[in-house]
Design a protein around this ligand. Structure first.
Ligand SMILES: Nc1nc2c(ncn2[C@@H]2O[C@H](COP(=O)(O)OP(=O)(O)OP(=O)(O)O)[C@@H](O)[C@H]2O)c(=O)[nH]1
Ligand SMILES: [Mg+2]
Length: 498
């Protein structure tokens, strides 16, 4: 384990757990999440709680009609935090008008009490204010893509000033790149900051429901912890924060291990034909490559599924183009065939040293398997080719992945992890994930060197023993995987909490 990880883990572990007696006294901290309608309150809660099913999200105003709770438990047992989603404010300006008319006589709380619950116009607002008044901390969701000039926004802040609760403002809806183009603007952070300060709100930060950033989640929890007065609740919420940190570190480590195991298998994978007459080499290598393609495709599919599981998403969110083989190989999948052919022209060759060592005339070339490979693997393997080798003495034909495949597969895995890591649970499944088309995005010569060596050692090993499938392990499998994991730390580092 690296020093950085050791620090993170010890940071996460060094707090005393709560005793049974303390747990029996623990009262949950109640936090209401509020804001004008349609600014993303429910979305923020989905991402914050990691629950894509929470509440209802919709581009229409007034989607959340009733308060909804999300409880967070200490060690899955005792409620430590209750996050409350509220209906969006719509009538703040009318309430401010009333406040101005009756200035001095009655504050906002009295005005709210005076409105009958049956008043249809105020139905949503009253439900939200009720939760605000019952909570210890208020989280206000601000839409950073909108200028804070609307009276609804300003009047809502005026009202919140009157309710004596600490308020944390979260900037949601941060403008992002769309299809590679820079955002239309940087958002209205400066304007919002000015408006917030004027209303004497000084605790604000970004927290985007669609683009998750663990550092923002960490910062938010630190703010919450700082606002809790009860020492017991403070410790319990801090434990929740540390649990989240541990989970994030764990997910990154599991991703590295999963990728390392996958790459190890890819370095070993090969299909072998015996007693192949020389004049059948061409035909057989096509058959063997197809066989190998299926194994590779299955393994690609598995690693993708595993990565999705680690980050708690399902592969449906992946753009069709990048999904691994779902059924059988389909020749009509022209897109990859085209991309693949482009790459095949610069296919890699197996190291000549091996051929010399085993003293055979080895035919060394990249097989022209564009249509097979392209169709079968989907975009995940994209531009990689196969190598084949024919041992004339033993009449043994071997097909394995070309070295080109390693940087490509590595890039696709790392890209997938990085994209899932920052995808908020609030993003609609219809907004699909696209992997990088350019396989050279991740430059990791050390990993490619290790894989090249594993692949080459497997060639040497087969002088004595022929690995029949990818389940054939080299004796020091775990050491090799550990080396790969360590090299992967550079491309998938632990969270940097600054
Ligand atoms: N691009 C982008 N859209 C977002 C973000 N957060 C929310 N949205 C969208 O904004 C719309 C409203 O989101 P909701 O979470 O339903 O908003 P709300 O504040 O709970 O709305 P009400 O319950 O109606 O008051 C939906 O279409 C969301 O997909 C974000 O961070 N980025
Ligand atoms: Mg809502």
């Amino acid at each position: 384990m690296s020093n950085r990880n050791k620090t993170l883990n010890s940071q996460a572990d060094n707090k005393e757990p709560l005793s049974e007696e303390e747990l029996s006294r623990l009262e949950p901290v109640i936090i209401s999440v509020v804001g004008p309608t349609n600014e993303g309150k429910t979305s923020v809660l989905r991402t914050l709680t990691g629950d894509p099913q929470f509440g209802e999200v919709n581009a229409l105003t007034g989607t959340t009609g009733h308060a909804e709770y999300k409880k967070i438990f200490y060690h899955d047992r005792v409620e430590v935090l209750r996050l409350i989603d509220t209906p969006g404010f719509q009538m703040s300006s009318a309430l401010v008008d009333q406040l101005c008319e009756r200035e001095g006589a009655r504050g906002i709380e009295a005005i709210l009490d005076a409105i009958p619950e049956s008043d249809e116009n105020f139905r949503h607002d009253l439900r939200a204010w009720k939760e605000v008044r019952q909570s210890q901390i208020v989280i206000y969701i601000a839409n950073l893509s909108e200028s804070p000039t609307q009276s609804l926004l300003r009047d809502t802040l005026t009202l919140l000033e009157q309710v004596e609760r600490p308020v944390i403002v979260l900037f949601n809806n941060i403008p992002t790149e769309t299809d590679g183009a820079p955002p239309v603007n940087d958002g209205f952070e400066a304007e919002w900051t000015k408006v917030l300060r004027r209303s004497r709100f000084y605790s604000f930060q970004k927290f985007d429901a669609h683009r998750r950033d663990f550092r923002d989640e960490y910062e938010l929890f630190e703010r919450i912890v700082a606002l809790i007065r009860d020492p017991l609740a403070k410790r319990a919420v801090r434990a929740e924060l540390m649990g989240r940190l541990r989970m994030e570190v764990f997910r990154i480590e599991r991703s590295r291990e999963t990728i390392a195991e996958f790459l190890y298998d890819m370095a070993l994978i090969r299909a072998i034909g015996r007693n192949v007459p020389r004049d059948e080499v061409k035909a057989r290598r096509e058959t063997l490559a197809e066989e190998l393609s299926r194994q590779v495709a299955r393994r690609c599919q598995q690693v993708q599924k595993d990565i999705f599981d680690i980050w708690r998403f399902t592969p449906e969110i992946l753009d069709r183009k990048f999904r691994p083989l779902e059924q059988e190989f389909d020749e009509r999948d022209h897109h990859f065939g085209r991309r693949l052919k482009k790459h095949l022209t610069r296919g890699a060759a197996i190291g000549a040293g091996v051929g010399l060592l085993i003293d055979v005339a080895a035919g060394l070339t990249t097989a022209g398997l564009g249509s097979v490979l392209g169709g079968i693997l989907g975009g995940f393997l994209g531009g990689a080719g196969f190598n084949y080798k024919f041992d004339t003495k033993q009449k043994k034909l071997m097909v394995k992945l070309g070295k080109d495949a390693f940087p490509f597969l590595l890039s696709q895995c790392v890209d997938l992890v990085k994209k899932l890591q920052v995808r908020g649970q609030a993003v609609d499944v219809n907004i699909q994930l696209k992997l990088a088309e350019d396989p050279s995005k991740v430059r990791a010569p050390e990993i490619c060197r290790l894989l090249g060596k594993i692949s080459k050692d497997a060639d040497l090993a087969e002088i004595f023993h022929l690995p029949e499938s990818m389940s054939a392990d080299l004796p020091d499998r775990q050491n090799r995987i550990d080396d790969l994991c360590e090299a992967l730390e550079n491309v998938l580092p632990p969270p940097n909490l600054g």
